[in-house]
Write a protein that binds this ligand. Sequence first.
Ligand code: CAO
Length: 441
Amino acid sequence: MAKDSLVKEVVIPDIGDFDSVEVIEILVEAGDSIAVEDSLISVESDKATMEIPAPEAGVVVEVKVAIGDQVSQGSLVLLLEPSGDAPAVAAAPVVEKSAPAASQPAPVAAPQPAVQPVAQPQQLSPSPTASINEVSFARAYASPSVRKFARELGVDLGRVAGSGRKGRIIKEDVKAFVKQVLTQGMGQGTGGMVVAPMPEIDFSQWGEVETQKLSKINKLTGKFLHRNWVTIPHVTQFDQADITELDALRKTMAADLSDEQKDKGSKITMLAFLIKAVVSGLRELPRFNSSLDASGENLILKNYFNVGIAVDTPDGLVVPVVHDADNKSLVDIAAELGEISQKARDKKLKPSDMQGGCMTISSLGGIGGTQFTPIVNAPEVAILGVSRHKMTPVWNGESFEPRLMLPLSLSYDHRVVDGADGARFTSFMAQVLADANGLVK
Ligand code: CAO
């Protein structure tokens, strides 16, 4: 008998009310040996996520779906060469709620399908690992098979940053987390960072309290910031730039904008000058335009100039990127900044709008403060913090002159940038910002 005749088609079973659902994760690949009820793919509707299980054991010959495909009952998932073990009587998709927040509605009950979705996420067995925080583990946004995998490895999903769609944690994130913990442990000879668990405190014992859910952005950025804070040896270099002439130039340029540009809300902002200055700094000191590779043994130097901007939105911090800032004029950058910060606040940024940054600027100048210590936005190696400018008496050798001084706070990854280059970078920034005409192109 020809081998092909042994190959069976595995299709999406009856998944009840879910008409057309999106494939969000592929859990097997050609050549994998699978057992009955092993999860094959995860699909997601706006109400729930489900894992489609294997109806029988065998070897995967070919996966026929891709991430992002829309599928429904009967859609071909993969070709399987059965091993001959008894097929499952009814392999039911495992369903869980579609978002991590506990306030999300539970999956809407479907009219009884042939295979019955499980209404709730899998119940967690008592943790085999003391370091797993059951509350954050249960809240983490991950499929049942990823939860199982994490539990086998003793990984607290609450500490893993999800790179899947909508911040979902996928198997690769768990692997990367384990790799990172092991690498740190080996590097420091400490067996990984051990910190005392945060105590659970009932604050209402001291007075009235209100519990607010963290937004999805808060949770995601929180995880990345925490990772960057504990894994990157930060140093922050402070300096001041004399922007007296820059500010005058900015005001002249703003007044010179056409009525059409003004009507469109175009504004010549200080941030546009800072982006141009950062591009010059990256050219002058190329090590700032680099990233460490995953092994930590190689430096990848970039020949493009994309600058990220930290934007404060009601839902939390996001960092859209001005791509190819070296090829854009100051006026164009100013216009683009207006657009991306509006998009950020309207939650309309696409993932590609926030990727590919070389260095980030975090400007708190419009709000206040004298200096701060920003956290490096890895895999970038430096971030420039900007605080509120101040008219300051500056000694010119003969007398005090009123000069508008802008505080700069540059945090950098000390594995890549040494202290001398940190100081060179801020001095260079101060120099180019003081001669703002050079930035207008
Ligand atoms: N010193 C004094 N005033 C400043 C200034 C500075 N360094 N930078 C800007 N300003 C003033 C501007 O002149 C402007 O004043 P007017 O309204 O009178 O013209 C006002 O502040 C707003 O400035 P802007 O429109 O140019 O906006 P911006 O460049 O200050 O900020 C953006 C844009 C998107 C960076 C900002 O809205 C934002 O989200 N900042 C917060 C970023 C953040 O949260 N960083 C923290 C990350 S680490 O946790």
